[in-house]
Structure formats: C-alpha cells, structure tokens
Design a protein. Structure first.
Length: 275
C-alpha cells in the first residue's frame, strides 16, 4: 500500500536549499542517492523502488542533490565534496545520521565518499548501481553515453523530445518501454531549471585506489551494456573490497534500478536483511 511522501527543505552551509523527501517507516533507514543528468531527482530515479522498500518496512529517504530536483541549482563548480557535504548537512537536520546508502552513478560515488571520509554518518550497508568516481574523471568523458548527455543538454533547442532521447540513452534498447511520458515530463520540468554548469562543471576524484578502505558490506549491480560507467569497473570492487558481492545484468544499460526494477528490489532487500 502506498505511503504518503512528505518533503522538507533545509538551509545548508553556503546558503543552499536541499530538498529531502521521505516515505516513513518504523524499520531501518535507507537513503537513496540519485545520479547525474538533465532532470535527475531522487523521486524520478527511484520511482520503481522507493515504495517497495517502504512496503518492506524501511524508512525511505529521497534527497535531491544540489543542482537537481527541488534543491538549489547554483551556477558554480560541482566538486564531489559539495554534493556530499550539503547532502550530509540536510540529512543531519532531517534526523538521519545512520543507515544504509543506495547510490547509482554519481550517487554511488557520493555514497563511497561518505563511507570513506565521513564517520559521523554511521553506515550499515552500501548498494551501488554502476557507481562513478572509481576512475579518473577524464576516462568517463570518453564513454559514449556521457558524450551524448553533455551535447544534448543546455542548448537553446532543448525540449521534451530531446529530454526523451537523453533518458533513452541511459537504457538498453530493450528497456525503452520504461521511458514513459510521465517520466519524461517529470525530468523535463527539472531540467528546465538547471544551469549547464550542473554537468559541465562537475569535478570528481578517483576513489578507486581507496576501495579497500571500505569495510562495510557492499552490493554492486551493473548493466553489461552500460555506456556511462563501464561494467569492467565491477572488478575493482571484487579485487579490493573485503566484503562485496556483485551482480551483472545482460541487455541492461546504466539504470539497473529501472530496467531490472523487480530483480533489483528483490536482491537488494535480501542483501539488506540477510547480507
């Protein structure tokens, strides 16, 4: 049964507003951290997952990162530290200082940085879908998906159909039935409020050499046909992390949680419960 989605906005360091949505629950807390891209937000990235986790008894937190959703969108550089510190500030004000983190793409990189450098957040487990920030930033810009995304956003001709094309780039061709009119309109409404800086001035470190420092249990999921973050990076986790398991999906692109929603939900909930 669907629960009411509540939303609050918090003023964080720098004077920015960070929006945090929640589906309440009496169980452990799970924070979903969305990825990058025109129109991205917590609610749209996890629209097929959040309620399932809430129905399983979890307290579901859906923040909008700075530059996205209903949060502030400044024309500035976007280093990983900015995403991480503003998120943690808002979560603390929301009463969330512990839980499991679920992050895809850029959100996976943010989750990793929290695990590595922010002991003030008591981390239980990590679920990462095609996480970024495990290689040099320049290498990601050679990926075909990122090249398409950057070239299609910020032009005067950006419109709903271009938004549809950009969302389609995230998925394998067999998954395009997930690109619904409602999803396109939802993300286009956000994208129209975003400066091009959100994509053009992102600065991410390479956390790959530090993966062995993450001692909490990790579940990594990856699409074999990902054109944004190469599936081969899954091996970095398997080689370095002391407590990790990995699942790769064929005929799947960058959005495992959308393209393989039922399987993602089932396997992730089992991981949270049983490890």
């Amino acid at each position: 049964m669907a629960s009411a989605l509540s939303r609050k906005t918090y003023k964080v360091a720098g004077g920015y507003d960070i929006s945090v949505a929640e589906i309440p629950g009496d169980g452990p807390t799970v924070v979903f951290i969305h990825g990058s891209g025109p129109g991205a937000s917590g609610a749209s990235n996890f629209r097929n997952n959040a309620q399932v986790f809430a129905d399983a008894g979890y307290r579901v937190i859906l923040p909008d990162l700075i530059g996205y959703g209903q949060s502030s969108k400044p024309e500035t550089d976007y280093p990983l530290d900015l995403f991480t510190t503003t998120l943690l500030d808002a979560l603390k004000q929301h009463g969330v200082t512990a839980g499991s983190l679920v992050g895809n793409s850029l959100g996976g990189g943010i989750a990793l940085q929290i695990a590595l450098d922010h002991p003030e957040f008591t981390l239980d487990k990590l679920i990462l879908m095609a996480p970024g920030c495990v290689a040099e930033q320049a290498s990601y810009f050679t990926m075909p998906g990122i090249a398409k995304m950057r070239s299609g956003f910020g032009s005067p001709d950006f419109n709903v159909e271009e938004q549809r094309r950009l969302i389609s780039n995230l998925m394998h061709p067999s998954s395009l039935h997930h690109v619904t009119d409602a999803l396109v309109e939802e993300r286009f409404a956000v994208a129209r409020t975003q400066p091009k800086d959100v994509l053009a001035r992102v600065k991410t470190p390479d956390l790959g050499p530090r993966l062995g420092e993450v001692t909490r249990p990790i579940f990594v999921l990856w699409g074999l046909n990902d054109e944004f973050c190469p599936e081969s990076h899954a091996r970095l986790f398997l080689d370095a992390c002391p407590d990790v398991r990995c699942l790769t999906f064929s005929h799947t692109g960058h959005w495992v949680q959308v393209e393989r929603a039922q399987e993602f939900n089932r396997y992730s909930l089992d991981f949270l419960k049983n490890g």
